[in-house]
Design a protein around this ligand. Structure first.
Ligand code: KG4
Ligand code: ZN
Length: 349
């Protein structure tokens, strides 16, 4: 089986092709970074127009590189949400058009499901497993029970982690996207003990019994620290920001692990780290402290990409599922429909 996947929900236009034996035949990504950098963040209207300009060319390249034709695919998958609706519409309509013209099944993919299933593409891990999803738009911890069956154990009550990285980086005078820039700055911290004494930042939610996240208090603490600094790009402050984030994530993951082991008393779960923030090496290393197997897909599958969308579509196709051409574009689309909507989290829940 071979499936084409289109991704256009945020600021990456991407086309991926995957097979059911876990081969990624191509995964082309056009990042719109240069279009949004002057504005310090993603501008939805610019994003939608840029997807429209680039998507056709990327699809043509994917076909040329793989030597495949539309008639060779078993299904056409496209992200139908959650995300910036203008961009989602572009990829979704392209996917539906190809499906209609080629007479192939269409798969309306939840972008978050793409992230959650990506560790099965890279590492072939079995259900059930735990997922820590940390991106610019979402921060959640979930149990992946099966394809289409996800249980949200915790979510952010305010900012997503990537957002907290980006906003804190901005306060430190770093460019957009802030995550990688902040990580680079933090690597220049020569004396962690001195940094701890100088910037004792809060470690959000540590000690709480639930699995939720919150980053707005940490962001405020960074703002207050920046106000005292002449040179705001301080490696010690950046280091402490990352240390606080890791302490918080480790604590939240601990609680989730104990929920999981209570549920499945014989198993220690694999914890998969996914989403754009999973590119952070400090975070990847810190999570190794957990007493369980940690899996992190390669960076090309962590940030937004078409291969993970094709893979999620393929997983549903294998179960005999597909969607009608009237499938809606959804700005908000929770993976766990039963999970309570958290006040303040908006679309990030
Ligand atoms: O998953 P993603 O590519 O797009 C969304 O679906 O949101 O995540 C983008 C986010 C941005 O906030 C970016 O700053 C963050 O991931 N990010 C990082 C790193 N690389 C990307 N955050 C921390 N450290 C990094 N190395
Ligand atoms: Zn994403």
């Amino acid at each position: 089986m071979v499936v084409l996947g289109l991704e256009s929900s945020c600021d990456e236009t991407s086309v991926g092709i995957v097979t059911d034996d876990r081969r990624i035949l191509c995964n082309l990504v056009h990042t719109q970074l240069a279009d949004h950098t002057p504005y310090g963040g993603v501008v939805p209207e610019i994003a939608a127009r840029a997807h429209l300009e680039k998507l056709d060319g990327l699809i043509a390249r994917a076909l040329a590189e793989t030597g495949l034709r539309f008639s060779d695919f078993d299904g056409i998958a496209a992200t139908c949400g959650p995300g910036l609706i203008g961009g989602v519409m572009v990829g979704m309509m392209a996917g539906k058009t190809i499906a209609a013209v080629a007479g192939k099944p269409f798969l309306a993919v939840n972008h978050l499901e793409g992230h959650v299933l990506s560790p099965q593409l890279s590492h072939n891990i079995a259900f059930p497993y735990l997922v820590l999803l940390v991106s610019g738009g979402h921060t959640q911890i979930l149990i992946a029970h099966d394809v289409g069956r996800y249980e949200r154990l915790g979510t952010t009550l305010d900012d997503a982690l990537g957002e907290a990285f980006d906003k804190s980086a901005k306060m430190m005078g770093l460019g957009y996207p802030g995550g990688p820039a902040l990580e680079k700055l933090a690597a220049g911290c020569a004396d962690p003990e001195r940094a701890r004494a100088r910037f004792p930042l809060p470690q959000p939610m540590v000690g709480r019994k639930d699995c939720d996240f919150s980053f707005s208090g940490l962001k405020t603490a960074v703002r207050q620290a920046c106000a005292t600094l002449e040179n705001k790009a301080d490696p010690n402050l950046a280091f402490m920001f990352q240390e606080s984030v890791c302490a918080s994530l480790l604590d939240r993951a601990h609680v989730a692990l104990s929920v999981f082991t209570r549920r499945y008393s014989t198993q220690k779960p694999t914890l998969a780290l996914v989403g754009g923030v999973a590119a952070n090496q400090y975070l990847r290393t810190a999570l190794q402290k957990l007493d369980t197997e940690i899996v992190a897909p390669p960076l090309s599958l962590c940030s937004d990409n078409g291969a993970m969308i094709a893979w999620a579509g393929l997983a549903r196709l294998k179960r005999g599922e597909h969607d009608g051409l009237d499938a809606p574009a959804r700005p908000r689309w929770p993976l766990d429909a039963q999970a309570e909507r958290k006040i303040g989290a908006g679309a990030k829940a």
